[in-house]
Design a protein around this ligand. Structure first.
Ligand code: PEP
Ligand code: MG
Length: 888
């Protein structure tokens, strides 16, 4: 095994082994660009060091050999007294972890060689300043000395001379500082600053290895989801100096603007300085374009190199360079980070330049970037007052007056006020209030809580589980720390970050949504250029994707929007949403029915309403499939809250005017009360125990389809049975449904071609998919309930209660309710797909859980061979894009 690679031996594809920096330094070296010579110690060496506490045995000799070759090439030896070779020792992991790990510059300087450097450079001040920097950096990062001690000494030295900038310190001052710094090292580290250059280098290499595991590096990796066992490479590079006078300097450059994507000269330059001076902001940098008048030769050369790099990497590159006495050196390059908008622009620009093809363009953008472009944003220049933070449940930026109940939300919004509905948690009763509000804020609940799911469905901004907020509905106010927010006070919520602000933060609308809505077309100004790029990328994605994309939508308005956004049907219409508001009483009647007659008349009253709903829905999705799910939630969701009702009845009884209906209601509420309603009487179980309920819904679907057929429409309804655990349940429901459909077809003289299928959202359903497929024409994976039941995680509670702790402990990097848990839930999906298709080769397969709109999950569903994903209307473009990326 080889642990050290010369820059001439590596290449850009060896990032696993050489880290990003090392691989790119090698690539530039091989391109013939001016890179100071050096070598890279591999991440494998780091792994051995981290596991055993010691560098691999062979490393020392390998480093010696590469160092000897380097010395040979440079014509001087490391730390040589009369003309020292100096090197930098820099970390460089596979993924960039800016500022997280260590770097030591000027290795090779000592009491002896500092004089040699002074002679060679002809600059005594420079030599002593370099030595001072080495002791400071080495002391801090290698020997663990508190960096403030050096800074304080430096400040004192400046104060003693009455100066404020480092560059005003003379050689004699720096000599004194070196003495002081060495004393600090000795006192703090219990050892002298090493005078042996090789010892300096070896200690620095180990320090870089160690820096992989500092707390801040670990934290950063957890946040960025970088695996903890990759280790870092170490780059040993001959030093070049940007601080040798006015003909020297250092800078950063981008091959195009990382904010807009436009080509041009972007970057900063600082004359007579080293890299860390730029970071420290000691002096102000000048725009890169100014370099042309400072040093035309280097500037022209740099422009040429930038073009070479862009053509070679076929992407935006960022660059660090140094000019040493008129000689340009490349210190680093990498494919640069960019804003979401620039990612889309750059991808299409590169296609136009012939550098990449459309398939590659799709890999240059992602769904998260598209989602970012779709939400209105708070103006990031605005001054804000942060109140607290919750879960970013449904992105967007919403501003409005605080209201604490649905009734007020509706009333105020009718009179033209913008409101934010603030609740401890929401329930189906709040729906109208949620529709009326600009945004929803709750202090409880996670990403799949009622508030979150419904808000996402509506494309409405939502922050949930903001636990610092004490919501007091009765007194119509909330308190956060010492601040009291009364009804009517302005608040702003950011559903992309979970931040909650006091007062009004200004909002800017999204041109990309205007485009999807058909309100904006290609043109000339900046926003339209972005829209044109998004338009083209979406066209590429649509051309290559195999997965179809449907919408979760319950009404014509959502369905029409979904269609504008590119939906190819409805994958989930949750019919329970049709029984709210005024219709709730009718459901109540159904639940309270004592006799068959009462029940039948309740159902008969609901039938025409359901039918009208479906006619509208089928019309809005004419020609496209619409999956209608029969009633799913436990019935108590349609009844009043047990505590509230008990209190009301008790009070009425004490006044001796208890009303008959309330008493019956209370009885029913008690009867239907369940400890675990999510595992209780819901889904297909309702259909099996409430006679006539599913039949009524099936009849409404069939009659609506027949109506549309007779109106020359093209309805394509699919009937879906929820929460099936065994094929017998499905068979019983199907028998009845088939009978009802046959009746309607006969009565209307139509052939409706209705299909009947089931959700796969219980482990048992997934495990017995082969049997279930006998009775189902399609499967739609309900990954919300499937995740809940496979993990045993209550989807309404866990995200707000202990997921933070789980995420912090790294048990998972992201909530399994957000991104499909491939190993657990996903493997059940995979085997159910195989088993279902084995039974019924033409089985149609989709997913309608929240995961259907999650980028990573979409790739998984592509891979296991589903036919479609279904997601909320606003996530459709993201799903289209990711389906395209998965197939490209
Ligand atoms: C699911 O469980 O994944 C699903 C789509 O159904 P619901 O969220 O309505 O339970
Ligand atoms: Mg479900």
């Amino acid at each position: 095994q080889k642990f050290v690679y010369d820059f001439t031996e590596g290449n850009k594809d060896l990032k696993d082994l050489l880290g990003g920096k090392g691989a790119n330094l090698a690539e530039m070296t091989n391109l013939g660009l001016p890179v100071p010579p050096g070598f890279t110690i591999t991440t494998e060496a780091c792994k051995v060091y981290l596991e055993s506490g010691q560098a691999p045995k062979a490393l020392r000799d390998e480093v010696s050999a590469h160092l000897a070759a380097l010395e040979e090439r440079m014509g001087k030896k490391l730390g040589q007294a009369d003309d020292p070779l100096l090197v930098s020792v820099r970390s460089g992991a596979k993924f960039s972890m800016p500022g997280m790990m260590d770097t030591v510059l000027n290795i090779g300087l000592s009491d002896a060689s500092v004089a040699g450097l002074a002679t060679q450079s002809g600059d005594e001040r420079f030599a002593w300043d370099s030595y001072r920097r080495l002791i400071q950096m080495f002391g801090k990062t290698v020997l663990g000395v508190d960096g403030d001690l050096f800074e304080e000494a430096l400040e004192e030295a400046k104060a003693a001379k009455g100066i404020t900038v480092d560059t005003d310190l003379a050689a004699a001052d720096l000599k004194k500082l070196v003495k002081q710094f060495k004393k600090i090292v000795e006192a703090q580290a219990g050892r002298a600053f090493p005078q042996d250059a090789r010892e300096q280098m070896d200690l620095a290499i180990n320090a870089v290895f160690d820096s992989w595991n500092t707390d801040r590096a670990k934290l950063y990796r957890r946040q960025e989801r970088i695996p903890g066992d990759l280790g870092t490479a170490v780059n040993v590079c001959s030093m070049v100096f940007g601080n040798l006078g006015p003909d020297s300097g250092t800078g950063v450059a981008f091959t195009r603007d990382p904010a807009s994507g436009h080509q041009g000269v972007y970057g900063d330059y600082l004359q007579n300085a080293q890299g860390e001076d730029v970071v420290a902001g000691i002096r102000n940098t000048v725009p890169l374009a100014d370099l042309e008048s400072i040093d035309k030769k280097s500037y022209d050369q740099l422009m040429g190199i930038m073009e070479t790099l862009e053509n070679h990497y076929k992407d935006l590159c960022d660059i660090e360079f140094t000019i040493e006495r008129g000689q340009l050196w490349m210190l680093q390059t990498r494919v640069g980070k960019r804003t979401a908008g620039a990612a889309f622009r750059i991808a299409t620009q590169l296609v136009d330049q012939g550098l990449i093809d459309e398939a590659e363009a799709l890999q240059r953008v992602n769904g998260a970037q598209l989602a970012q472009l779709m939400f209105p944003r708070f103006d990031d220049q605005a001054k804000t007052q942060l109140l607290g933070r919750g879960i970013a449940a449904s992105p967007g930026a919403a501003v409005g007056k605080a209201v604490f109940d649905s009734y007020t939300a509706i009333k105020w919004s009718r009179s033209g006020e913008k409101v934010i509905l603030i609740r401890r948690e929401t329930n189906p009763d709040d729906l109208e209030g949620m529709i009326a509000a600009e945004g929803i804020l709750t202090s409880r609940g996670g990403k799949t809580s009622h508030a979150a799911v419904v808000a996402r469905g509506m494309g409405k901004t939502c922050v949930c589980g903001a636990e610092d907020l004490e919501v007091d509905t009765k007194r119509r106010r909330m308190t956060v720390g010492g601040t009291v927010i009364e009804e009517g006070d302005l608040v702003s919520i950011d559903g992309s970050t979970g931040k909650v602000y006091l007062g009004e933060v200004p909002v800017v609308p999204s041109p990309v949504v205007e485009y999807f809505e058909g309100r904006m077309h290609a043109g000339a100004d900046d926003a339209d250029e972005l829209v044109a790029a998004v338009h083209r990328i979406m066209a590429y994605a649509d051309r290559v994707r195999r997965l179809r994309v449907r919408a979760n939508a319950d009404n014509a308005e959502d369905a029409l929007r979904a269609r504008r956004f590119g939906a190819q049907g409805i994958g989930l219409c949750r019919t329970e949403h049709m029984f709210l508001g005024e219709r709730r009483e009718m459901v109540e009647k159904l639940i309270l029915a004592d006799t068959d007659d009462e029940r039948e008349s309740a159902l008969a009253a609901l039938l025409p309403l359901q039918k009208a709903d479906f006619i509208e829905l089928f019309e809005s999705m004419d020609g496209l499939p619409v999956t209608v799910r029969l009633l799913d939630p436990p019935l108590h969701e349609f009844l009043p809250d047990i505590t509230e009702l008990s209190v009301r009845v008790a009070l009425a009884e004490s006044r001796k005017d208890a009303n008959e209906n309330d008493l019956r209601l209370l009885q029913a509420v008690h009867k239907l009360h369940e400890q675990n309603p999510m595992l209780g009487l819901r889904g297909v179980r309702l259909g099996l125990v409430i006679p006539g309920l599913f039949a009524m819904q099936v009849r409404a679907i069939a009659e609506a389809a027949a109506h549309r057929k007779n109106a020359k429409g093209d309805p394509r309804a699919e009937i879906m049975i929820p929460l099936v655990g065994t094929v017998q349940e499905l068979e019983i429901v199907r028998e009845e449904a088939d009978r009802v459909i046959a009746e309607v077809q006969a009565a209307t003289g139509t052939d409706l071609k209705l299909t009947i299928g089931t959700m796969i959202e219980l482990p048992r359903a997934a495990l017995t998919a082969a049997q279930i497929a006998e009775a189902a024409q399609f499967f739609s994976f309900g990954t919300n309930d499937l995740t809940q039941t496979v993990w045993g995680f209550s989807r309404d509670d866990v995200e707000a209660s202990f997921f933070t702790a789980y995420l912090e402990k790294g048990i998972f990097g992201v909530s399994p309710f957000e991104t499909i848990d491939k190993d657990g839930v996903g493997s059940l999906v995979r085997s159910a797909v195989e088993a279902g298709r084995a039974t019924r080769p033409d089985l149609k397969l989709g997913v309608c859980g929240e995961h259907g709109g999650d980028p990573e999950s979409v790739h998984f569903f592509h891979e296991v061979g589903l036919d479609y994903v279904s997601c909320s209307p606003f996530r459709i473009p993201v799903a289209r894009l990711e389906a395209g990326r998965a197939a490209a």
